[in-house]
Design a protein around this ligand. Structure first.
Ligand SMILES: [Zn+2]
Length: 209
C-alpha cells in the first residue's frame, strides 16, 4: 500500500486538471446480469472506468473483479453491505471498508485506492478510516439517477447532453436492481461523449483536485 493519504473533510466531487476528460463510475456491483455488458461496451470503445464494488457482491463474483482489473479499470471500495455509514460505530465502518478492501486485494492483487460511501453519506470517521486504509474519498459531479429507471434516454441525457463537462465524474450503477436501462444508456452516451471530444479516463492513484 502506498503512503497513507491525508484525512479529507469532504469527498472529491470532480477531477480537476485532467483537461477535457471525464470519469465514468459504476456502483454496487459486480452483478453477473449487468456488469459483463458494461465491461463489453467499455472494451469496445477502449476506455477505462471506475467500479465501486460492494464486498458482498465481489466475494460472489471474483471473476468479474479480475476482469475489471485485467481491462485496466479502477476497482474502488463501496463498503461490504451498502449501509448508511453515519449509522455505524467506528468498528462497524472499519469492518465494512476493511473487509471490502481485503477481498479486492486478495482477488486482484492491489487494495483499492478509492472509496465511495453508499448514498454519498459520509462522516468524519469514514474519512479517517478510509485514509487509514490507504483510500481517497470520491463522490460524483453528475448523478444519472439510473437507479430510478427513468428510461434510457433520460439516463443518456444526464450522462452526456446535460451532464458533460471537463473533470465531471458520472455516477451510474451496474447492480442493486434492474440495470438494463443503465447498460443500454451507456451504449448511447459513451460514443456521444467520445464524439463530442471527451476523453474518458480514470484518476491516477494520487488525486489532483
Ligand atoms: Zn451504492
Amino acid at each position: 500500500m502506498l503512503a497513507r493519504p491525508p484525512v479529507r473533510r469532504r469527498p472529491f466531487l470532480r477531477m480537476a486538471g485532467i483537461g477535457r476528460s471525464m470519469v465514468l463510475t459504476f456502483d454496487d456491483g459486480p452483478d453477473p446480469r449487468y456488469t459483463p455488458a458494461i465491461l463489453r461496451t467499455l472494451r469496445r470503445y477502449d476506455v477505462r472506468a471506475m467500479f465501486f464494488v460492494c464486498g458482498e457482491m465481489a466475494v460472489e463474483n471474483r471473476d468479474l473483479l479480475r476482469e475489471m482489473a485485467d481491462d485496466g479499470h479502477v476497482v474502488g471500495n463501496h463498503s461490504w453491505s451498502h449501509p448508511l455509514i453515519p449509522r455505524l460505530s467506528p468498528d462497524g465502518i472499519r469492518s465494512e471498508l476493511g473487509r471490502t478492501s481485503e477481498i479486492v486485494e486478495r482477488t486482484v492483487g492491489d487494495a483499492p485506492d478509492w472509496y465511495r460511501a453508499p448514498y454519498g453519506a459520509w462522516n468524519r470517521r469514514s474519512f479517517e478510516i478510509g485514509a487509514e486504509l490507504g483510500m481517497e474519498p470520491l463522490g460524483w459531479t453528475v448523478d444519472t439517477l439510473d437507479w430510478r429507471e427513468p428510461g434510457v434516454r433520460a439516463i443518456s441525457s444526464a450522462g452526456c447532453a446535460s451532464g458533460a463537462g471537463p473533470g465531471v465524474v458520472v455516477l451510474s450503477h451496474d447492480a442493486g436492481g434492474n440495470r438494463q436501462q443503465s447498460v443500454a444508456a451507456l451504449r448511447t452516451y459513451l460514443p456521444q461523449l467520445l464524439d463530442a471530444g471527451y476523453r474518458i479516463t480514470v484518476p491516477s492513484t494520487a488525486p489532483r483536485a
